[in-house]
Ligand binder design. Structure first.
Ligand code: IMP
Length: 503
């Protein structure tokens, strides 16, 4: 007979944290959210680390270079998806590594014959209000001038008119030349009191733009995560098929961390891939493995496959139908608790600390906080980031609401069959993910700021200053159904509900 565990599979919503004693030492400025992302021995201390314990899923609808840049600037790390050609994935990694903070490639460009209606359409698409007017509308052709929202009135001007009648011509602009440092460019903006400085080459072709607002942005992002050459930190996923070729190209492109991306990482394919990669690249690379949901699978990846970190979670993802399709998986809280316990045991026994990442199923800030309290070193999220303006998908408006498409890697749309199947058959038999929409949540950095603020606030309530102490000191209780009811608002009518009922 099968082994039937005397355990109920638990989720994060079933737990609450109890406050600990908060002292004057537990203020937000003293709380560190640094999290290890590479195995280390207790004699050497933490090696590579994140500045905030948050990474984005390696999924087509989630992590491209734009989101990776934005997330690294906040202190986390994007994992660029591997369900694309090796060349395309390496190109995305390169784009992040070549991102020069402050110098942005113009993504809003038009030729002088474009109309004001074209301007509005482009502005709605990109969300940017500064448009470069170039000879042929290309981002690197000769710059003729700039057009911003201040140059015309959307509801007064005739939108069929050409932008040539409205833009500020280059004679009236100030420029920087390619090669100028960010400091010099910033000084030019400061002295001229302008909002934007176009950078051009010696032939007058547009190279990039420097914005005054980005200077403030940089100053307000003290957690930016960079490599030792001050380039933004970026991750990428590998599958267990073309991993040697893929890893070679990703490493050449400058990737900082890789992860073997599999829905079930407890197996020989993953072990063989990890060991082969380790043999080729030694301990120079940071290589994660997963996903797992049990103590023995953690030990297998940590001890036998020698990965740097282990991702935890099967079947909890918001777009995931693995549990429905195959009857396999485990509640995310049960998985994290068991694996965190095993990680600590392994550390006690060997002195090696192998960080764990809670991957999937986190649909609120509370759940992120509980996952970290239960022992996750960092969390990986898909839906959270798919909803933001920095994810690679377009915004879609439906009945007055704005959405973004979000689909699983195991859906027919992504066709990332390598993540799901070790069978040699190329034909799909069933999907493990759905193709869906999520509400648009706006700018990622603002969403993330709120999450980080709540996390620090909870850590202060618990009376801890580091994630390591959070793991050691957090006290959690199971909640009853009635406690959940009590946790919401009680016996009051919320205004928005009254208004919607009146409609
Ligand atoms: P979310 O944060 O709840 O949206 O979950 C994202 C996580 O779901 C990813 O990091 C993957 O581990 C997992 N995932 C991605 N695509 C699929 C799929 O098609 N089926 C099952 N799980 C998926």
């Amino acid at each position: 007979m099968a082994i039937i565990l005397d355990e109920i599979s638990r989720t994060f919503q079933e737990y609450l944290l109890l406050p600990g004693c908060t002292t004057t030492e537990h203020t937000h400025d003293k709380i560190s959210l640094k999290a290890p992302i590479q195995r280390y021995h207790k004699s050497e201390g933490m090696k590579a680390k994140l500045n905030i314990p948050i990474v984005s899923s390696a999924m087509q609808a989630v992590t491209g270079s734009k989101l990776s840049v934005a997330l690294a600037r906040k202190g986390g790390c994007g994992f660029i998806f591997c369900s694309q050609s090796i060349e395309d994935q390496a190109k995305m990694v390169r784009q992040v590594k070549e991102h020069k903070a402050g110098f942005v490639e113009s993504d809003s460009n038009l030729s002088p014959s474009a109309t004001l209606a074209d301007v509005i359409e482009l502005r709605n698409k990109t969300g940017h209000s500064t448009i470069a007017i170039t000879e042929d509308g290309g981002k690197h052709s000769k710059l003729l001038g700039l057009l911003t929202s201040k140059d015309f009135w959307e509801f007064k001007d005739d939108l069929s008119k050409p932008v040539s009648e409205y833009y500020t011509p280059s004679e009236k602009l100030i420029f920087g030349e390619v090669g100028i440092s960010l400091q010099e460019a910033t000084d030019k903006l400061w002295q001229s009191k302008k909002e934007c400085l176009p950078i051009i080459d010696k032939n007058g072709a547009l190279h990039s733009l420097v914005f005054r607002k980005d200077f403030y942005d940089h100053k307000t992002n003290p957690d930016e995560l960079t490599d030792d050459k001050k380039k933004l930190f970026v991750g990428a996923a590998l599958n267990t098929y073309d991993y040697m070729d893929r890893a070679g190209s990703l490493i050449e492109a400058g990737v900082d961390v890789m992860v073997l991306d599999s829905s079930d990482g407890y197996g020989e394919w993953q072990k063989n891939a990890a060991l082969e990669l380790r043999e080729e690249y030694g301990s120079d690379i940071i290589l994660g493995g997963g996903n797992v949901v049990t103590a023995e699978a953690f030990r297998y990846l940590a001890d036998v496959a020698k990965v740097d970190f282990v991702k935890v979670g099967i079947g909890g993802g918001s777009i995931c139908i693995t549990r429905e399709q195959k009857g396999i998986g485990r509640g995310q809280a049960s998985s994290v608790m068991e694996v965190a316990k095993e990680r600590d045991k392994y550390f006690q026994e060997t002195g090696h600390y192998i960080p764990i990442c809670s991957d999937g199923g986190l649909s609120s800030d509370t759940q992120i906080i509980i996952a970290l309290a239960m022992g996750a070193d960092f969390v990986m999220m898909g839906r959270y980031f798919a909803m933001t303006s920095e994810s690679p998908t377009p915004k879609i408006s439906h009945k007055g609401r704005v959405y973004k498409p979000y689909w699983g890697e195991g859906s027919n749309r992504a066709r990332n069959w390598q993540r799901y199947s070790q069978s040699s058959s190329k034909t799909l038999t069933f999907e493990e993910g759905v193709d869906a929409y999520v509400p648009y949540s706006g700018n990622m950095s603002e969403t993330l700021d709120v999450t980080v603020l709540k996390l620090k606030s909870t850590m202060s309530n618990v009376g801890v200053n580091s994630l390591n102490d959070f793991h050691k000191n957090a006290k959690l209780v199971r909640v009853s159904e009635m406690t959940l009811v009590e946790s919401g608002t009680g016996s009051v009518e919320q205004l928005d509900r009254i208004l919607s009922e009146e409609k």
